[in-house]
Design a protein around this ligand. Structure first.
Ligand code: ZN
Length: 246
């Protein structure tokens, strides 16, 4: 809704604000560094259409130290990101937004949990913050037969498919790599992803198609709305626990 005037937004008076968060980072040899930002932008537009919420432009830069090793990945310090997100959400609260949906389009924002938890602990039920982590979409699409691979962490079948819908001119499927390391994801705290996945792909990128991409995007938007409504209902109805609203 960032393409509308403030008067229009006043008139609609939504109580939901939607903040997609992407990243600028390496996505293998076949996908552009804008991948997470582009997917966050697209899922944000689709969720806006389903909810009528106040959509903010996707934030392009977050935290992605785990992508170090090639040029083109850009990050900030986690405390900076924590403060920035808190400031943005508090500015929305001041204007009467009660519900905040973050769309986390980059898996490596490990500081997102304390942001969401701290704001909810301080302000529920006057302010409720829900984080829709797009990493949760892949397993659902795999179970429902939309995706064939359940090993994707980064730049694999799902992200390649979505980018073939959003910006096909930026994708070079001739360079798509399939690679799944036998390293647990927790090792991203001990070294760059490029230590385990030399091409920067953790998944099976060659399985990507635009048909799957459209289905994943559509499923992501619907899943996000359902999960958001469940979480807000829980936060709204939990009542007091002794001295605590959390
Ligand atoms: Zn990504």
């Amino acid at each position: 809704m960032y393409w509308k005037s403030a008067d229009f937004i006043m008139e609609q008076d939504p109580d939901l604000a939607i903040i997609p968060v992407g990243s600028i980072e390496q996505h293998g040899p076949h996908l552009p560094v804008m991948t997470d930002w582009a997917i966050g932008t697209e899922v944000g537009k689709r969720i806006q259409a389903l909810t009528g919420g106040f959509l903010l432009p996707a934030l392009p830069i977050s935290t992605c130290r785990e992508q170090m090793g090639k040029k083109g990945s850009v990050w900030m310090e986690p405390p900076t990101f924590y403060q920035m997100m808190t400031d943005i959400i508090m500015s929305l609260k001041t204007q009467g937004f009660r519900k905040i949906m973050i769309i986390q389009a980059h898996g490596g924002i490990f500081v997102m949990t304390p942001i969401v938890r701290d704001l909810n602990a301080k302000f529920n039920p006057d302010l409720m913050v829900f984080n829709f982590d797009l990493m949760t979409v892949g397993p659902v699409c795999y179970r429902e037969g939309i995706l064939e691979d359940d090993q994707e962490i980064h730049a694999g079948e799902s992200e390649s498919s979505q980018m073939l819908v959003i910006a096909p001119e930026s994708v070079d499927m001739d360079k798509a790599v399939d690679f799944v390391p036998d390293t647990p994801r927790s090792y991203l705290s001990y070294g760059s992803i490029l230590r385990f996945c030399p091409d920067g792909v953790w998944g099976r990128a060659s399985l990507g198609t635009a048909e799957k991409g459209e289905q994943v995007l559509e499923r992501a938007a619907r899943l996000g709305v359902v999960e958001m409504n469940k979480a807000f209902e829980f936060m709204e109805n939990k009542g007091k626990l002794n001295y605590s609203n959390f």
